[in-house]
Design a protein around this ligand. Structure first.
Ligand code: ADP
Ligand code: MG
Length: 218
């Protein structure tokens, strides 16, 4: 694996006619854990979306593992996009079983059904979610849905995991469960970039904490 997982160069994102993200340079080394924190509206989600190649850039470029990923119109190059997983603050699960939700992402990445079922069962077990495997994902509680969204990302065994406010609106026990999962279940080779408005959580989850204000990293 390359030393550098993610690089942003001269990135500018404009929304509603206003610049909402300006990052002259940011390098995230592979296999590290970085948190992005800052007040509401400071640009944390926008930074993650730019890194994931999911929004258009007005200027600049994003590279993944030393390869050009995205320099204008989203989405980024598919062969690199398949190596990352992005979990949105309000994840959208499919109206299907939890296992089927996990299988869909694997199928897009060319993993066969038998192998996919094995991997899904193994990850659900590792995350303590085996009991939810056959439940319809859209009928789960908010906390359960968030855990399943995390499982759906982890089963892909991504090289880069982007998490947006992974514990927002969760009760304290579920939030601690999510933090525990991230602490214990994430392979050491996975690069983590997590946005959280909670400074203390940023320090618990990451080694490096970036603080944002008005679309800039301080
Ligand atoms: N679709 C949009 N249209 C216009 N402005 C937006 C849009 N999405 C986000 N913004 C603005 O971009 C800024 C950064 O938002 P965001 O990245 O979501 O911040 P954070 O995640 O730190 O709360 C905010 O001022 C927000 O209002
Ligand atoms: Mg946000």
């Amino acid at each position: 694996m390359n030393d550098e997982a993610l690089r942003l160069d001269g990135v500018l994102v404009v929304r509603g006619g206003c610049p909402v993200l300006e990052v002259p340079s940011l390098v995230i080394p592979a296999g590290t854990r970085t948190a992005v924190t800052g007040p509401i509206g400071s640009g944390k989600t926008t930074l993650l979306l730019a890194a994931a190649g999911l929004i258009d850039l007005a200027a600049g470029s994003v590279s993944l593992w030393d390869r050009p990923y995205h320099s204008g119109r989203a989405p980024g190059a598919l062969y690199l996009r398949r190596r990352l997983a992005f979990v949105a603050q309000e994840p959208c699960l499919f109206a299907a079983s939890v296992t089927d939700n996990l299988l869909m992402g694997l199928r897009y990445r060319g993993v066969g059904k038998d192998e996919g079922r094995k991997r899904s069962a193994a990850w659900l077990e590792r995350l303590g979610l085996s009991g939810l495997a056959d439940r319809r994902a859209t009928r789960l509680s908010g906390g359960e849905r968030r855990l399943v969204a995390l499982a759906r990302a982890l089963v892909l065994e991504p090289d880069l995991l982007l998490l947006d406010e992974p514990t927002a609106h969760l009760d304290r026990d579920t939030a601690l469960q999510v933090e525990g999962l991230l602490g214990g279940a994430l392979p050491g080779t996975t690069t983590l970039l997590v946005a959280t408005h909670d400074w203390a959580q940023a320090e618990r989850l990451a080694v490096r904490v970036l603080c944002m204000e008005s679309g800039r990293i301080l």
